[in-house]
Design a protein around this ligand. Sequence first.
Ligand code: ATR
Length: 272
Amino acid sequence: MNRFAVFGSPIAHSLSPIIHQAFGKQCGISLSYEKILTPSGQLKAELKQFRANGGMGANITVPLKQEAYALCDNLIARAIEAKAVNTLYWQDDKLWGDNTDGEGLKRDLIQNLSLRLQDKRILILGAGGATLGILGPLLEEHPQAIVIVNRTLKKAKALCDRSFLISAHSYESLNTSNLAPFDIIINATSCSVHNMLPPLAARWIQGAFVMDLAYMKNQKTPFQQWATVNGATQSHDGLGMLVEQAAIGFALWHHKTPDTQDVLRKLRQGAL
Ligand code: ATR
């Protein structure tokens, strides 16, 4: 049996096993996919054991994406840019790392939600691991500008040298600025996970396309709800991105392209 797993902490809530099993069923590939609870500092030992017991590939989630990056023998360019890894596989016993998060987000925005990013003004909330993963792929689409707002300003400033299109703000400076409105607002903070809202002034939301990278089963995230109330044209959660990033990993491992729409629809209907 082809053995795969997702490593992280917490891990109980992860939908990755359900998504990969559904892709496997579609493509006629039988596989096992486990959740392996792994606290920070223990990934190397867990991966060694997993590989020794027939592990072929793995997904990495919070808080291990940077730790996984440091463990890889070889890295795909977009993982180097993100300095974080969410997809692993072994080739000739060398560990390869990729980061499919940003490409997954782009596929969800462009293909599933029919959004054009070219010439758009994008506001990203947060400057942590999620932002690192999506920044490079978003820049490839030639937006007009990307503004990063973060509670800790220096983390947002550190990302500005990636491109002249990026600028950084604290919430206070953004909220009191007279910058032009944003077309797209992406919540890449961990606020929704903690049932909180980032301190963004509501006026930015009016008329914007809003995406929260978080996802909550059977309900809108707090940020999505707040965005809807405050005049967002559309507000989406991160389930589409999750399914799309998984599909890119699945294609890497199995050389088959799954139908993401079918799996996304079934997940939303609670049929998986
Ligand atoms: P990571 O390990 O990916 O950095 P994290 O520590 O959970 O994950 O934080 C992710 C992002 O959410 C960060 O940008 C964080 O802001 P700081 O860099 O200032 O820590 C942001 N974040 C978390 N809680 C927040 C809150 N209550 N308000 C605003 N931003 C928050």
